[in-house]
Design a protein around this ligand. Structure first.
Ligand code: AMP
Ligand code: GLY
Length: 424
């Protein structure tokens, strides 16, 4: 069969790498892809929001399955556009992708169906939000309602910061229309865990757990980023936590979406916080995580294409997910200055060292070919270096060893991905 993947980051490279291993796939395309993805797929120069062009391409090439990976096209109805043209596509339709696309929607859903999450209020005007903040308990969390590249969340330690936060989101519109409405939420403490799942509308199958490191600098200092590294599994995701989430969170979310007439087919990514009062949902994403995918898929034994098809066909019930009994760590190599200002266009060397090294992977997040055919840096996050090992300690040592194989101008990484875990 012929498969098209929509997206062009590290997550899409990991998905493309895994899809390419399926014996059922004869030809793989990726739009727009990147220099790393070009090793496993033919890259097509079409942007992720250019639905008309994507659909026309899929028709012309007689694509059997399109996988839409990023949040923006999903929320804007990419899967609906493919389906309207009679094409098969993996991912939630727009009416279900709202689970990630609107924090107000997801909070209301959790409240209505009794799914554990932080207490909250929603505000449509800055005046009402400011009035509430006069007496609300501090610290407090402000969230832009809409999609904001994972950056529309402000943790405010006191009233002054909270008021300034309302200005940032609702008046200065730092995240554009995503801040027209905000959710103001109780501040929670605890370990964070990311859990990805396959959903076919009725059935949900949980993948192995992972943990992200969102801050730019060591020791969780610095600005929030898209993610500087991940590890899998999370030692804090115990059998007890799993059982609790299965009873109170996972299936309930799938059933709630169905009851609302918003049947969800695709990936649900549960951002959980393990609080003293039990696991609670921090957020839902309606897609694979980046860079969680770069540690979860290398540990997965299943044929990914079969899983995508089972979600579309509603046959997930018959599938057993299987993961290696090992661990994986992904260290993001970024351009120094990310997530603010950084330079691009530096030649990347050493990539060939990964080719024959078993258990080592380099997933490209921001790379491209220059006019001379060299692979050069093309983003804030450049590469995700993943390694497996028998446990987290070994996987971490392997991943950091492999980060030394590659060089490029202004290379920057955190040195403590997965470290707190060893010491816990
Ligand atoms: P979100 O995009 O909603 O996952 O939020 C981004 C990050 O902000 C999370 O990964 C948490 O570290 C933090 N965060 C979000 N909501 C809360 C909350 N209610 N209490 C404490 N931290 C939070
Ligand atoms: N790594 C977090 C996310 O994909 O949203």
């Amino acid at each position: 069969m012929k498969v098209l993947i929509v997206g062009g980051g590290g997550r899409e490279h990991a998905i493309a790498w895994k899809v390419a291993q399926s014996p059922r796939v004869d030809k793989l395309y990726c739009a727009p892809g990147n220099a790393g993805i070009a090793e496993v797929a033919e890259c097509v120069d079409i942007g992720v929001m250019e639905f008309d062009k994507l659909v026309a391409f899929a028709k012309e090439k007689e694509i059997d399955l399109t996988v839409v990976a990023p949040d923006d096209p999903l929320a804007a109805g990419a899967v609906d556009a493919f389906e309207a043209a009679g094409l098969r596509a993996f991912g939630p339709r727009a009416n279900a992708a709202i689970l990630e696309g609107s924090k107000a929607f997801s909070k209301d859903l959790m409240k209505k169906y009794g799914i554990p999450t932080a207490a909250y209020e929603t505000f449509n005007t800055p005046e009402a939000a400011l009035r509430y903040l006069e007496t609300a308990p501090m610290p407090i969390v402000l969230k832009a309602d809409g999609l904001a590249l994972g950056k529309g969340v402000l943790i405010c330690k006191d009233r002054e910061e909270a008021k300034a936060g309302v200005k940032t989101l609702m008046l200065d519109k730092q995240f554009g229309s995503a801040g027209d409405r905000i959710v103001v939420e109780e501040f929670m403490t605890g370990r964070e865990v990311s859990v990805l799942s396959f959903v076919d509308g009725k059935t949900i199958k949980i993948m192995t757990s992972a943990q992200d490191h969102k801050r730019a600098k060591d020791g969780d200092q610095g600005l929030n980023t898209g993610g500087m590294g991940t590890f899998s599994p999370s030692p804090f995701y115990t059998d007890e936590v799993d059982a609790y989430c299965k009873e109170h969170i996972y299936q309930k979310t799938v059933d709630a979406m169905r009851a609302e007439g918003r049947e969800f087919k695709g990936i649900i990514f549960f951002g959980l916080m393990l609080t003293e009062k039990g696991p609670k949902v921090l957020e839902y994403n309606a897609r694979f995580g980046d860079p969680e995918t770069q540690v979860v898929l290398p540990r997965m034994k299943n044929d990914l294409v079969e899983l995508f098809e089972a979600c579309i066909d509603g046959t997930l019930e018959n599938v057993e997910l299987e993961f290696e009994d090992n661990a994986a760590v992904c260290v993001v190599l970024a351009s120094d200055g990310y997530p603010e200002k950084y330079e691009k266009g530096y030649k990347i060397s050493g990539l060939e060292k990964f080719k024959d090294a078993d258990g080592y992977y380099v997933f490209h997040a921001g790379s491209k070919f220059d006019a001379d055919g060299n692979i050069v840096t093309n983003g804030g996050r450049v590469l995700g270096v993943t390694a497996t090992g028998k446990d987290l300690k070994e996987a971490r040592a392997n991943a950091y060893k492999a980060t030394e194989w590659v060089e490029f101008g202004n290379k920057y990484m955190r040195s403590d991905i997965g470290k707190a875990i060893d010491e816990a």
